[in-house]
Design a protein around this ligand. Structure first.
Ligand SMILES: [Zn+2]
Length: 369
């Protein structure tokens, strides 16, 4: 971790040079401002990284993964199969090498829990405006990664840029464009309400969100210190009206520690085992409840109403027009959180309705476990 931290002066220098650099060589505009609360990115390297990770995981999990005896020019890897044009032999080799590297080094690691992957992801985000990561062409683009990884990524980059990135970037931008009006209209209010509920402050700086074609198995994840969110634009669970909830659910990971601490404290006082994931069920429940009134049709900006005219199941709305929270729609409660839902409805909801205090609500939940 220190190795990366010592690079911050360099990153700062890069940031200061940025306006000049982007004037000299116009980059794809990766930041969609000015929105309140969030800073939404569609960054090249983060997308390449998650695409390689996705490909490597699929290869590791697929029983026929080692049958690379296929001599055709068709990519044997499932993600790259979406490429519009066939890969040349050179491209195929660069891509295969990169995937093989990811299989060996990263495929068995979790994007959320591996410090190595977390630091790599953040570093790639910080260098999103660079064409390459070695610093060969521009000193400020030396991302400080290992020589082998730098070579792997720099070799896979043109292949990705030519065959998948245009579609991925378009999907990211579409996702961002759909959620942006809601963030603009409701973002500040929602962030204040959530911070209030969790008895904390919303971060002063905008939360960086990397929108990526692929993310982790859950379709989105959040890493702390610094607080950064990654959301998969191609994931069916993140579409339509639910996009806003996914954003605020993920951001809540950065501010809901008081809940986890309070649950743990109550459990210790009562000599009870700490319930696995109750805090997580609580933030799912809370975000859903806070989003609900915002998503009632009369509050939806026009752009969203247009998009919600598509088949109802896609936009997170119930046949009656009410918003169905993510955890309900994705069946999270039925898959083992049913008891938590009962606790939350009975003891946490009154707190959300201002009928009891934070401490009392947590104490009641824990005592009923
Ligand atoms: Zn979560």
């Amino acid at each position: 971790m220190r190795a990366i931290l010592t690079r911050y002066p360099l990153l700062l220098a890069a940031a200061l040079l940025l306006p000049l650099a982007s004037q000299a060589a116009p980059q794809i505009d990766t930041t969609y401002g000015p929105l309140p609360v969030f800073e939404l990115h569609s960054g090249f390297w983060i997308n390449l990284h998650h695409t390689l990770y996705q490909e490597a995981r699929q290869r590791s999990n697929s029983p026929s993964s080692h049958e690379s005896a296929d001599k055709s020019s068709k990519p044997t890897l499932p993600v790259m199969r979406a490429a519009r044009a066939p890969l040349t032999a050179v491209e195929q080799r660069a891509w295969e090498d990169a995937v093989a590297y990811y299989v060996v080094h990263y495929a068995t690691q979790d994007l959320l829990f591996s410090t190595e992957l977390l630091l790599l992801k953040n570093q790639l985000g910080d260098f999103e405006d660079c064409d390459e990561l070695s610093g060969a062409r521009k000193k400020t683009c030396d991302a400080g990664l290992s020589p082998k990884l730098t070579q792997i990524l720099d070799a896979a980059a043109p292949v990705y840029r030519a065959h998948l990135w245009p579609d991925h970037d378009r999907a990211n931008r579409r996702w961002i464009a759909r959620v942006a009006p809601l963030v603009r209209e409701q973002g500040v209010g929602l962030s204040e309400r959530l911070a209030d509920i969790y008895q904390t402050r919303w971060p002063k700086d905008k939360i960086r969100v990397d929108v990526s074609a692929y993310a982790n198995w859950a379709g989105a994840y959040t890493t702390l210190d610094p607080l950064r969110v990654t959301i998969a634009s191609l994931d069916a669970r993140n579409q339509g009206a639910e996009a806003l909830e996914v954003l605020f659910h993920e951001a809540s990971h950065g501010i809901a520690q008081p809940v986890e601490l309070a649950i743990n404290r109550e459990c210790r006082q009562r000599d009870k085992a700490i319930p696995r994931d109750l805090w997580h069920a609580l933030i799912f429940y809370t975000t859903g409840e806070v989003i609900k009134p915002v998503m009632s049709v009369q509050h939806l900006p026009e752009s969203t109403i247009v998009s919600s005219a598509s088949p109802t199941d896609q936009d997170g709305s119930a046949p009656g027009g009410g918003y169905v929270p993510y955890a309900v729609r994705e069946g999270l409660y039925q898959r083992g959180w049913d008891d938590y839902l009962k606790l939350l409805t009975r003891f946490w909801q009154p707190y959300l309705d201002n009928k009891t205090t934070f401490d009392d609500a947590i104490a009641h939940m824990v005592s009923s476990l």
